[in-house]
Design a protein. Structure first.
Length: 229
């Protein structure tokens, strides 16, 4: 799961590693079908790579209902399966379980914040994000997700500040650049936004450029939370 999520976080293509990850996970399942970890990984691959929601549901399976499900498993279930299917209340509940198990994990709190925001619990979402940053203010994803919430709420100065914090902490990643550019477009600084996108060039993946285009044009957006430190 570490390789899988790290590639997604770093804007690096996952496809070349998919056969290896799938084979190793399946080998682990064959050795011990009761071990939940490989099932969660296969479920994440089924959702993110194959868009096979039935297979994802089968792999995540009954283990996710078990109170012994790990925070990583709950995060994968919420981010890769429930969230894309717009099962927002369930994904928020899964992330709350993850945070309850690991309350000092700043990243899990940041992801919980986004899921709470998606179900309309805006004040609670901002409270959880502030707690995440109090625990660790160096996690770029927390600043990035904080910026998205502010952008959704139209608090553009705060969105820009959060996006700049994320960009400074992860200059190699296109997502903070896309968010910062989107916020700048919203306040009329289109030239600066365009310059940021140009500096990004053809790598990494131009995902941030597309993200900027979408976010600057929309008042509401649902960030994907399948990012892991």
């Amino acid at each position: 799961m570490g390789i899988f999520s790290d590639r997604r976080e770093r804007d690096e293509p996952l496809a070349p590693l998919v056969p290896l990850i799938r084979a190793e996970a399946q080998r682990a399942v064959d050795l011990d079908p009761s071990e939940p970890g490989p099932h969660f990984l296969l479920g994440a691959l089924a959702a993110v790579i194959d868009y096979d929601w039935n297979e994802a549901a089968r792999q995540f399976g009954a283990e996710i209902a078990d109170h012994s499900a790990t925070p990583d498993a709950l995060w994968a279930y919420a981010a890769f399966y429930l969230d894309p299917l717009a099962r927002s209340h369930e994904s928020a509940a899964a992330m709350q379980r993850a945070v309850d198990q690991d309350p000092l994990n700043a990243l899990l709190r940041a992801v919980l914040s986004v899921h709470l925001n998606a179900v309309g619990k805006h004040d609670q979402a901002l409270h959880e994000m502030q707690k995440a940053l109090e625990i660790d203010d160096k996690i770029w994803i927390a600043h990035y997700l904080h910026g998205i919430i502010y952008l959704q709420k139209g608090r553009l100065a705060e969105a820009i500040a959060a996006a700049e914090g994320a960009h400074q902490a992860a200059q190699w990643h296109s997502m903070p650049v896309g968010l910062l550019a989107a916020a700048l477009v919203r306040i009329g600084e289109k030239d600066r936004a365009a310059a940021l996108i140009r500096e990004m060039g053809d790598s990494p993946l131009l995902f941030g450029a597309g993200f900027c285009t979408i976010c600057s044009a929309r008042k509401r957006m649902r960030p994907r939370t399948g990012l892991r430190r």
